[in-house]
Design a binder for this molecule. Structure first.
Ligand code: ARG
Length: 459
């Protein structure tokens, strides 16, 4: 296909160079954004009298038809075009003749591609944010279901203190809420229109960038024409935000894999989200969680790709910037796919409450509570800590839990011990005494649930 830029050169290049240079195979998915931007551009040209009303009308109608034909499949993207911008312009000229050649007045592919990417990014953010909030809702519902399910909390993957499964799930709900709010922040920052910057220096035509920005629902215009076409900060920022979404998904994935193992047996994932083994009949593998964990690497890679593309790049547009698309599309597609699986996987997950509780009873995770008991009776915490350490060491030797040690034995360690110690170290009481703000007590979990639900209602 002849090149848009044929003129000084004849528009033909080496075959390998042509394929290397082209972006149509991946930027064709920007056709909606490209045409929507072009419709706004034609309207602005018409309003400013740069083209006639009749020409404006012809362009807008034809572009609208092209958009619906591309949606329906009546029109196919010609992959011999260099990029989506060239394709749309060429198809328009084919459809309406010479007037189609007026569309590119007062703009360049440089501001056009910046515009397309911003329109795409906005839509992607809205979609992903909606899914993240659905995941938050699913985690919160699960947390409510298991707000009283006692399990061991871990540090260093060693049993640490009793918590509830609800509290643990809510930790993730809060992480994902922050992810959603980070995306909102990034969206607000990117929502300025680059169109009208033209190649880099602005234009001599009497354009109205504000009008065009308003038509495209931007909050304002990029203030500097060189920055407008050179800026891909928003792509980096969104890739960083998406990387954090994947960080959180992969941490949760790791826990789902552990918890569903034979060793833990804390949860059961629905058959809909597990696979079997081709050789071991007993297997139920948490492939979806593993894949989400694994796909985290590619999203981090996408972020590093974009940072590296921009590093040391002189102003303004350089062809390197064409490399913004595949990494961004890949991250958006990956996060979307992970969330699509994750939301129903969490909703259908079941906890094995008895196993969680019995594991919690085995790990001396009420040792802190025993030390706190002595502290309440007047022993300085550091001394109480040391004494309880000795009690635990002896109990491990005798294969006794702290609840099983008779009072007479306790008294050999300290006469501060009394019958009431057993109530203080009962696992369920350990949980429900943790009423500090944000703590694991059921009442506190309920409070957190209502905070999240209020935020979800308000987002
Ligand atoms: N396909 C190009 C890209 O994605 C469009 C901009 C081309 N601009 C240029 N000056 N060659 O970046």
């Amino acid at each position: 296909m002849s090149k848009l830029w044929a003129g000084r050169a004849d528009g033909t290049i080496n075959e390998a160079a042509e394929a290397f240079n082209a972006s149509i195979t991946f930027d064709k998915r920007l056709f909606r954004e490209d045409i929507t931007g072009s419709i706004a551009h034609a309207s602005m040209l018409g309003k400013q009298g740069i083209i006639s009303k009749e020409e404006t009308n012809t362009l807008i109608v034809a572009l609208g038809e092209m958009l619906s034909d591309l949606e329906s499949g009546a029109l196919a993207v010609d992959e011999s075009a260099e990029d989506i911008h060239s394709f749309v312009e060429e198809a328009l000229v084919k459809k309406v003749g010479a007037v189609g050649k007026k569309l590119h007045t007062a703009r360049s592919r440089n501001d056009q591609v910046a515009l397309d990417m911003k329109l795409f990014a906005r839509k992607a953010v809205d979609e992903i944010k909606g899914k993240i909030l659905s995941l938050v809702a699913a985690l919160t519902d699960k947390a409510e279901e298991y707000k009283g399910a006692v399990m061991s909390g871990y540090t260093h993957l060693q049993r640490a203190q009793p918590i509830t499964f609800g509290q643990h799930l809510l930790a993730y709900a809060f992480m994902f809420l922050r992810d959603a709010s980070r995306l909102s922040d990034a969206r607000a920052r990117l929502n300025t229109s680059p169109i009208g910057a033209a190649a880099l220096a602005g234009t001599t035509y009497p354009t109205d960038r504000f009008y065009e920005a308003e038509l495209l629902a931007f909050d304002g215009v990029a203030e500097n024409s060189i920055d407008a076409v050179s800026d891909r900060d928003h792509v980096v920022e969104l890739l960083a935000d998406l990387s954090l979404v994947m960080t959180h998904l992969s941490r949760l994935s790791e826990e789902l894999v552990l918890w569903s193992s034979f060793e833990f047996k804390y949860i059961e994932l629905s058959d809909d989200f597990t696979t079997g083994s081709s050789i071991m009949p007993q297997k139920k593998n948490p492939d979806m969680a593993e894949l989400a964990r694994g796909k985290t690497g590619r999203v981090y890679g996408d972020l590093i790709t974009m940072l590296t593309v921009l590093k040391g790049l002189p102003l303004a547009y350089n062809k390197d910037m064409q490399e913004d698309k595949e990494c961004f599309f890949d991250a958006v597609d990956t996060v979307n796919a992970c969330l699509d699986v994750y939301i129903p996987m969490i909703s259908s997950m079941k906890a094995n409450v008895e196993n969680m509780l019995s594991a919690a009873k085995e790990g001396y995770i009420n040792a802190t509570d025993l030390a706190d008991y002595l502290t309440k009776k007047g022993l300085p915490f550091r001394e109480a800590y040391k004494l309880v350490g000795e009690i635990v060491r002896d109990a491990i030797g005798k294969k006794l839990s702290l609840e099983d040690i008779p009072l007479a034995e306790y008294r050999k360690y300290s006469d501060l011990f009394d019958e009431d110690l057993y109530e203080d170290i009962a696992i369920v009481n350990c949980v429900n005494k943790r009423t500090s703000y944000g703590g694991t007590a059921v009442a506190s979990v309920e409070k957190q649930i209502s905070i999240i639900r209020e935020k979800l209602g308000g987002v």
